[in-house]
Design a protein around this ligand. Structure first.
Ligand SMILES: Nc1ncnc2c1ncn2[C@@H]1O[C@H](COP(=O)(O)OP(=O)(O)O)[C@@H](O)[C@H]1O
Ligand SMILES: [Mg+2]
Length: 306
């Protein structure tokens, strides 16, 4: 046995490098098997194949034994890595959704803390306030950009703008985040629209009631931080929303363009990082706690030169 265990003890410091090495080992093993299979196939002439194949898989075949030992070793190492992963509280993932430690967002924002973004805000405002010439009563507009770039902040700015308050009968803010639970989101929309608890309602009652609440209302619904890529879920969610007045809008924030496309977005606003000029006052604020910056003028000159 003990080949595998020995390797594990030697490799007590198994980490990322070890995972990669393990991958290469598994890859080598597969190469070996493929090579042996090909060799056997080439050697195998019609008429003598059965015996050769039997021989290959027989317990006395040394190649097979060797492969078995290697496979056991790899499995043992994999088990060890899985235990390490659990001990370190690491999560499996596709590289897509990072675990979010941010709580649910709300529409509240301190505008004096927000720098730049005037152009982005105005571009989105234009899309929200524009007349709906083709009678489409459920326009979806998406803000797409990487995490922390400021999508939610822009949505908050827009949501609290005076012109938006004047234009829409209802403004609804729902933080969707990782779980696209249609029932839960519908509940939140209902509560936002009515300020009435609805926890005892069935999904059907909820949808019917929400539809009634929104009839001929001009609403703006913000769906913040959407990850869902399944069209069917989205289709169910938007069913009661269609009763709103023409001119109603859904503003989505998401990291992925594919999510925006799936939601029949008519326009995507790509949000890029803040410009250097906008970052500078932000840095001043966080680095110097909003104190007078005059004493650090040399830093500004240095920063701007570099
Ligand atoms: N223009 C800005 N000026 C100042 N702070 C900002 C600005 N945009 C975003 N932030 C701050 O950066 C952080 C991430 O912004 P957020 O809007 O939540 O990003 P996203 O929704 O893209 O993940 C928040 O703490 C937010 O207050
Ligand atoms: Mg966000």
């Amino acid at each position: 046995m003990q080949r595998g265990s020995r390797s594990l003890r030697q490799g007590s410091n198994i980490g990322w490098t070890s995972s990669k090495m393990l991958f290469y080992e598994a890859d080598d093993l597969l190469d070996g098997i493929t090579y042996e299979a090909t060799r056997l196939e080439l050697e195998t002439e019609p008429g003598i194949s059965i015996n050769k194949v039997r021989k290959f898989f027989s317990p006395s075949n040394s190649f097979e034994k060797e492969m078995e030992v290697k496979l056991e070793e790899i499995l043992e190492k994999l088990e060890y890595l899985v235990k390490q992963k659990d001990a370190l509280c690491l999560r499996e993932g596709t590289g897509g959704k990072p675990s979010s430690h941010r709580g649910p967002t709300t529409s509240r924002v301190d505008e004096s803390d927000v720098y730049g973004r005037e152009n982005d805000k105005e571009a989105i405002m234009k899309l929200l306030l524009s007349n709906d010439a083709n009678g489409n009563n459920l326009r979806v507009i998406s803000i797409v950009g990487m995490g922390w770039v400021g999508k939610t902040t822009i949505a908050q700015l827009v949501y609290n703008d005076r012109r938006v308050k004047e234009q829409f009968d209802l403004r609804l803010w729902v933080c969707v985040s990782e779980d696209f639970d249609v029932f839960k989101i519908t509940k939140d929309i209902f509560k936002e629209a009515t300020s009435v608890a609805c926890d005892d309602k069935t999904p059907n009652q909820l949808q019917v009631e929400l539809e009634k609440q929104l009839v001929r209302k001009n609403f703006l619904l913000v769906l913040d931080d959407v990850w869902n890529e399944k069209y069917t879920e989205w289709d169910i969610l938007r069913m009661p929303l269609k009763s709103g007045a023409p001119g109603s809008r859904i503003l989505v924030t998401t990291r992925h363009e594919i999510v925006a496309s799936m939601m029949s977005t008519i326009l995507i606003h790509h949000l890029n990082a803040l410009t250097e000029d906008d970052c500078w006052p932000l840095l001043q604020k966080h680095a110097f706690g909003g104190r007078n910056f005059n004493g650090y003028l040399h830093l500004e000159i240095w920063e701007r030169k570099s």
